[in-house]
Design a protein around this ligand. Structure first.
Ligand SMILES: [Zn+2]
Ligand SMILES: [Zn+2]
Length: 68
């Protein structure tokens, strides 16, 4: 249950903690923006979220969604 495996997000290219995301190929942030899943309550330390390991990057596509 407490799986520490990481993966690389298909959308933004950031590393993320698989167990922190609802989707295996997307970080919590991208899964939230693209599919409406609950996002991580990011806590950044040295530029990386200590809860999901997302590095704060956003793809151009995500940025365009945010500014819709
Ligand atoms: Zn992502
Ligand atoms: Zn996070």
């Amino acid at each position: 249950m407490n799986d520490k495996k990481t993966a690389v997000c298909d959308e933004c290219g950031s590393k993320f903690l698989i167990s922190a995301s609802k989707m295996k190929s997307l970080c919590p942030e991208c899964a939230h923006i693209l599919y409406g899943y609950e996002s991580c309550n990011h806590v950044f330390r040295n530029g990386i979220c200590i809860k999901c390991l997302w590095d704060g990057k956003k793809s151009d596509y995500i940025n365009s969604k945010l500014f819709d």
